[in-house]
Design a protein around this ligand. Sequence first.
Ligand SMILES: Cc1ncc(COP(=O)(O)O)c(C=O)c1O
Length: 377
Amino acid sequence: MRSAARIEGLGTTVFTEMSALAARTGAINLGQGFPDTDGPRAAIEAGVNALRDGENQYAPLPGVPALREAVLEHQMRCYGLEPEDLLITFGATEAIASALLGLCDPGDEVVVLEPYYDSYSACIHFAGAHKSPVTLRPPDFALDPDGLRAAVGPRARMLLLNSPHNPTGRVLRRSELDLLAAACTEHDLVCVTDEVYEHLVYDGEHIPIATLPGMAERTLTISSVGKSFSFTGWKIGWCSGPAQLVAAARAVKQFLTFAGGTPLQHAAAAALRLPGSELEALRADLRAKRDRLSAGLTTAGLEPLRSEGTYFINADVGRDATKYCRELPERCGVVAIPIGVFYDHAEVASTLVRFAFCKRHEVIDEAARRLATLAGA
Ligand SMILES: Cc1ncc(COP(=O)(O)O)c(C=O)c1O
């Protein structure tokens, strides 16, 4: 029970509370990051065909060959990467859990950018390891070189990275990645990098850390089909990198879920093989939605921060963000998340609220209209 309580304290409760509030009040839910439209039709058809064609039994543990090939092609086509091995997982979430459990020993330290995606804290805890945070501070959430230096202690075993970064919307620059890579090589850290928003960059570019000199041989790169292609419910992900690192994740995954989601693995393969113009169209649409919500937040009297990627934009609400978010559904019918829940040091971002913009244009407009009714209140 003690352990369960510690896990629950890691942010999930806010999502549960906010989703319940959204359901009870009928509020527009800009709390959780999932699109309200489907991704590309051709990928859905591929999934339907796979269901009809008898692809309904366990997948091989490493994943169905068609998807494995599609991931390898994707890494080569987009980044020139040739990973030694890869593993298909139940979303990036299972890849994260498998990597942490497979690569960390009890007492190890995991250097991780704070604020964190909520599963990181839980999985570090499951592994018996400890977080060593590098805190990203508003308004720009840039990497602090001194903070990085201070975070890499003698017990550091892993750098757990996320860029484009949830919840800040920051995309790490090459100079920041160079510093992180240098820390990894100097201190012999394994790098696990969560790149689920790799294709959702609206300003700047996504640079996989595995492409930096000396990093491919120590980096396990994680991604999934959910965010890039607007299929968050499919939960098909993967990790790729050196054979030894993939083997460690595979050894764990075998006993978490073994292997499944077979028809959706075929659908994900079809998604990855779509022409680049499909991804470009999805990205352009999300960029327009980001801009629309940002303008709406400004009109509503809030102060949006810059979001360079992901599904999220933060705004300064000029008061206690947790209280604000608890009251928001009743006051105006909108749900959002205080980003302090993703920090251990919540005071760093105590007035910041995260809004998801991966919603239809009319939903964004209606949310902005509702928020504007509070202006000056
Ligand atoms: C940073 C980050 N990593 C991983 C995930 C989960 O990915 P998946 O749905 O593929 O498990 C999310 C989803 O919100 C995320 O924001």
